[in-house]
Design a protein around this ligand. Sequence first.
Ligand code: GDG
Length: 753
Amino acid sequence: MKLQWTRLSVRFVVPLALVLALCAYVVVPLLDNLTLRWFVRDLDIRSRMLASTLEEPLLDHVTLKSRMRINQLFSKAIEDERLYALAFCDRNGNRLYATSTYPASLGCGEQNAASGGTDKSLVKLPRGPVHVARSTLSREGEAIGDLILVHDMSFIERRSADTRKYAIGFFILLGIVISMITVAVAQLSWRGWINGVRGMLKGELLPPSQSRPPPELSPLVGDLRALLHEYHRERQSHHDGAQAWTPERLRDLLRGELAGDEVIVVSNREPYSHRQTADGIEVSRPASGLVTAVEAVMRACSGTWIAHGSGNADREVVDERDCVPVPPGRPEYTLRRVWLSKEEEQGYYYGFANEGLWPLCHIAHVRPVFRSSDWEQYVKVNRRFADAVVAEARTDDPVVLVQDYHFALLPRMVREALPRATIITFWHIPWPNPESFGICPWREEILEGMLGSTILGFHTPFHRKNFLETVDRYLETRIESEASTVTHGGKLTQVEHYPISIAWPEASDVSSENRNECRLNIRKALAVPSSHLLGIGVDRLDYTKGIVERFQAIERMLELNPAMVGKFTFVQIAAPTRSSLEEYQNFEARVRALALRINQRFSEGNYVPIILKTEHHDQYALNRYYRAADVCMVTSLHDGMNLVAKEFIASRYDEKGVLLLSQFTGAARELHEALIVNPYHIEQSAEALYRALTMPEAEQRERMCSMRLLIKDFNVYRWAGHMLLDAARLRKRERVMQRIDLHHRAPALRRVV
Ligand code: GDG
């Protein structure tokens, strides 16, 4: 209400003030000037007429030197109230005759004189302004003298004041009228606009014929609806915070909300692979954020996980259905392996997924490569996995969790075979803007494939928005921004953001060493002094992770702070990945060469600033490094989320250590207490690294505590829980719709029977 009044008064006062200012600074001075010029011209003409009337008798009297007659003539003339004084001067400038009113200071009006004719001017006298005109009188062509006519100008001032008064009055009136019109028009159009926006946002005021917003509103509508949607979800997650997400709560949810429903996960990477070694078959877990997250969910819901069997001993441990119970030793769910030929793996995985979609979605300055032969394999392998899902499904409506960019086509394939399935697809990497995505020659097929999903999840609202905009650009769809849904070919897909996270480590996951033992043991293993400052980086050896930029920042920090040389060492754990691709081989060579150059530059005795470990480490080993480090550097050039950042925080029971985090990770949206950097800005990262290494313990603790609280609550169970809750809600709705549909069709059916 108060705002309304303020708005109204502003709308009234502003035009009024503008009109008055215009009046005071432009109109009134202009008017004064004009009236003055009119009156002066008037007096000029008047003076000339008077001079010619007086010329004849005056010259006669002057010739006779009759002072009395001249005085009489002058007195008669100045009876006119405007003519104030008269004087006659001879050619030598001697004033011979003048009325008593004639101001002596005017002399013979010389200062106003110009050669010949009638000269006029305004003169300010103590009694007020006067108009002085000098007219030369002549007889038979010979100039005899000058007649000086002085007119009183005070009446002009009076008239100007009157005119000014009327003008100001008129303009005030005009101002008020304009202000009132402005207020009225603004009110009407604002109300209309607001009603329009409200109607649009509610989607209820518009008749079907007008279901499109007016053109001036359409750019806003999408943004406003999306904003509302996000606000709504933020509020929901706030309420949700009261009860913590745990494996038990997830299990309860599966039992309660999705009672009896089977859960099938599809991913390229398998959670466990079996390898033949000299000591027999060994099991290993891959270095993958996706596996880390989804494994936690599978343990809670005991479903089936379908993945590519990539271990060289994988075939030896599966049953006749290609299944093996995992985790080894204490099985909780089933792993179903799909076998791929070398050719299939090359085309689908290395080719289309990792040389095409991966760089396409990350925009990390590596060009995507698209080959038709890779695409064909991609389609084929998606089909094979879809067939495996259908084969594994015991019911016609399983909940299928599809993981990542390897399976963009699978959701639609499964939907065609199992129309009642609930398909949740999670895209673990970023989604680019529509222009960048447009590079993909099969963009429509990819989008259509993904829209076979019931729910489509991204890490951040930004990626979700990019996806909706891409769909809008390249497909004929109906997008409801407020509900965040896309309808394509009569099928609805809910598009949401679900920030992925980690499982909060249990005591058994963490080494039994206390913090000090862990610090000392790790330093001892690295052969550095016990007081040494230690940094840690954990990434797959991927060009999106910003490892080169990280090393450059370390080099710059040592350059700027020579006291750190010999006191600080950075351990980079870089798990080999996609090593058969040339881009990755070149990248590894670059990382090695850079580390070597920096090490040579700063080495002192045994000391080197960078220790590069390009081999796989298990979670337990990683955890010990996290705990021993003073700083963890995550400098990805683009990253969907980044779980390493969250793992580092979760491992720090001592509430110490500093996280340096790239602004281009999904994690930076949540972990505000990290030192956020732009990894492309080497100086900035170098400064942040120095700041982290010298940060007082109290500040470290404050930042760490706050981030730990957040990660503990916003864990992977919550990620999965939210997706599954949304799925359960949609399944219920679907069932109700089916019942209603049956109910309506029943009488018709009965009639047919
Ligand atoms: C994709 C997106 C998104 C285990 N051993 C090693 C190792 N691990 C584990 C780490 C961590 C995971 O691998 C790496 O996770 P990230 O999230 O950092 O990265 P991506 O693999 O690229 O994962 C990413 C994620 O999916 C989940 O949605 O966050 O944005 O790109 O859990 O503990 N990691 C390395 N060496 C090992 O020896 N590097």
